[in-house]
Structures are given as structure tokens and as C-alpha cells.
Design a protein around this ligand. Structure first.
Ligand code: FES
Ligand code: FE2
Length: 352
């Protein structure tokens, strides 16, 4: 039996929050159309429950957390960490159906992931990794912006960095980004799209000039690794022109590495949680570099947000069969779209 295709891949892990966001208090967030409430137990485990009381649907995120139990703020139904109602006002016997769904959660690399789909199929071996975010050799700055656009517009945006030249000039864009051709590879078995752009002799944009201290031209490598649906990694290598290419087993110590990570989490069909992180392997203790990178990256993300919010309105007002034109720079984005479509179709299939 087939159900309608959901607007996002089901039976997948999505980033719900940063680990530091979830404490021993109630935290509401909608993920893939599901209003959820999160909290951390006394033992440190993260719990995710449906954010609707089974009685009259009062949001549990607006309720009270006492001894790892959620007491509904309307009439006091009390839920344990599995979502089972353990107390109801005015009666001893609690109906067996008095429970709210609970959602599998995993915490890794300073990210809280939630499994959207059949809980029985939640498999932590399938969580993609971003180890720099929680590693002593890196310092990370991060944030999250709300996008009033569907997640696929953000995927398109991140898979094609030629837009840096035009949308982010003066921050991370220089002419060489748009001028340099890309190479794209798709690993169908591992579900990864790779897009690489290696610039041998490029201007150093302020984002890297001010953070690394490099004054001249640079070798700039952008190696994207997209793990649909949620995790996007941009391995960025910056080095003064003339620096030898890295060789296995030899330190690449004239180069600066920046790992830019995005988690692309649908909130609704037309809104997205845009998590951004910038991890660097230099100036680890320098708070001025941290402040500058955080501020610059946020500015860049907000430029994308502004553009994509406009694009969402345009796309929605367009006739059904509008034909876009794609060129070489879109190869990665098109591969990502195909992979997401397959994931959505797989998610729609249920056993008879
Ligand atoms: S709505 Fe929660 S107890 Fe009534
Ligand atoms: Fe951008």
C-alpha cells in the first residue's frame, strides 16, 4: 500500500537543536511538521515527546517539568519520559490510551538528532558525523536562523557556491568562485553528493583574510559533502599561493582549515531551521577571531535567508509547470534533488 509522498524524507535523522540548547527545562520546536517538546533528564538524557497533551491538546512545552515528568499546564495530566500518562486529575484509573508519542533521540558531535519516522527503524549507525564540532583541535562558532522557505531551496543554495560571488561579495565571495568549474560525484550507495571547487590563485575574501591574517592571494579549496536530507559539510582549505598541496602523512601546516557545517531541518513545508556552524583549526583561543567569524557568517546566512524568503514567494506564485534552466554549476544541486526525491518516495512506501 502506498501513501502520498511526504514533503520531506521520512525515516531519517534530523538535527533538532544544539546539545547546549537542551537543558532541564521544556523546549518546544516543530520538526518536519511535528510539534515536539524536548528536555534533558536528571541523568542527562534528551527526551522528545509530542508537544500536545492528549487531553485537550495544550502544548506541553508551555507546561512544567518536575522530576523528569511533564505536568500539563492546563489540567495537570502528568507524563513520564516515555510519554505515558502517570497521573490525571480527579481519578485513580488512567485510560490506557493516555499517552503521547515519544521520538527517538541521539546526541552526537554536540548536536541533538531526532528520528522522524517509524521508531522501530531508528538506527544510530546511520547518523552522519561532524566530529570537528566537538573536538579539542577546533574552535566552533554557531547559530540558527529561521528561513521562511522550504528546505529544498536551502539545499540548492548550499550545493551551488557560485552564488557567493554575487550574493556574498565583500564577505566570502570573490570573482574566482563563480569562474572556477566544479567537479561533482555522487555516491548512490552511501547517499552522499560531493561537489568540489579548487581555486589555485584567488583573492582572499575578508572572511578568511581577517581570521587567518593572510595578506596575499590564496589557494582556496571548497569540498562539499552533502548527506541528504539534513547534514551539509563544507571542507574549506585556505593557504597562501605557492603552498604545496597536502600529502598524506606530512603536516599541512601552512594551510588553514575551516569546516563549515549546516543542518537543514524542515520545520513546515515552507519553513526551515537553518543551523550553521564554523569550526576552525587555528587561533583556537582568539575570542576576537571567534566574534568576527560568528558575526560574518551570520551576516552571510542572513543574506541567503533574505534571498530564499523572496524566492519562496516567487516559486509559490509560479504556474505549475514552470521550466527552470540548469547549467554546469547546478550539477550538485540536481543530484541532491534526485537523491531527496528517492528518499521521499522510499519514505512513502509502507508494507501492506
Ligand atoms: S489539556 Fe492537558 S490536562 Fe487538559
Ligand atoms: Fe550563501
Amino acid at each position: 500500500m502506498t501513501q502520498p509522498t511526504p514533503p520531506w524524507p521520512m525515516n531519517q535523522w534530523y538535527v533538532a537543536a544544539y546539545s547546549s540548547d537542551i537543558e532541564a527545562e521544556l523546549f518546544g520546536r516543530t520538526i518536519c511538521g511535528e510539534p515536539l517538546v524536548f528536555y534533558r533528564t536528571v541523568e542527562g538524557e534528551v527526551v522528545a515527546l509530542a508537544d500536545r497533551c492528549v487531553h485537550r491538546r495544550f502544548p506541553l512545552s508551555k507546561s512544567q517539568l518536575v522530576d523528569d515528568q511533564v505536568i500539563c499546564g492546563y489540567h495537570g495530566f502528568t507524563y513520564d519520559r516515555t510519554g505515558t500518562c502517570v497521573a490525571a486529575p480527579g481519578q485513580k484509573r488512567i485510560p490506557r490510551s493516555a499517552r503521547v508519542p515519544s521520538w527517538p533521540v541521539a546526541e552526537q558531535d554536540s548536536l541533538v538528532w531526532v528520528w522522524i519516522g517509524d521508531p522501530e527503524r531508528a538506527d544510530t549507525d546511520r547518523l552522519p558525523r561532524a566530529p570537528w564540532l566537538d573536538h579539542a583541535d577546533y574552535t566552533t562558532v554557531r547559530g540558527m536562523e529561521s528561513l521562511a522557505a522550504g528546505y529544498e531551496l536551502l539545499v540548492d543554495n548550499l550545493l551551488d557556491l557560485s552564488h557567493e560571488t554575487y550574493l556574498h561579495g565583500g564577505h566570502i565571495g570573490t570573482p574566482e568562485v563563480a569562474e572556477t568549474p566544479i567537479t561533482t560525484e555522487v555516491d548512490e550507495d552511501a547517499h552522499i553528493v560531493y561537489v568540489s571547487r579548487h581555486m589555485d590563485d584567488a583573492a582572499c575574501p575578508p572572511f578568511y583574510a581577517r581570521s587567518t591574517g593572510i595578506e596575499g592571494r590564496i589557494t582556496r579549496w571548497q569540498d562539499i559533502e552533502y548527506h541528504p536530507p539534513c547534514l551539509y559539510l563544507l571542507h574549506s582549505r585556505i593557504a597562501p599561493v605557492g603552498t604545496p598541496d597536502p600529502v598524506e602523512g606530512r603536516p599541512d601546516d601552512q594551510a588553514f582549515r575551516v569546516e563549515v557545517v549546516y543542518a537543514i531541518t524542515p520545520e513546515t513545508e515552507r519553513s526551515t531551521h537553518d543551523f550553521w556552524m564554523v569550526a576552525r583549526d587555528f587561533a583556537l583561543e582568539d575570542t576576537e577571531v571567534s566574534r568576527f567569524l560568528a558575526e560574518s557568517n551570520r551576516t552571510v546566512v542572513l543574506q541567503d535567508v533574505e534571498a530564499l524568503d523572496v524566492l519562496q514567494v516567487v516559486v509559490e506564485s509560479e504556474k505549475e509547470n514552470y521550466q527552470e534552466l540548469s547549467i554546469n554549476i547546478d550539477t550538485g544541486g540536481l543530484a541532491a534533488r534526485r537523491m531527496l526525491k528517492r528518499q521521499r518516495e522510499a519514505g512513502a512506501l509502507v508494507e501492506a
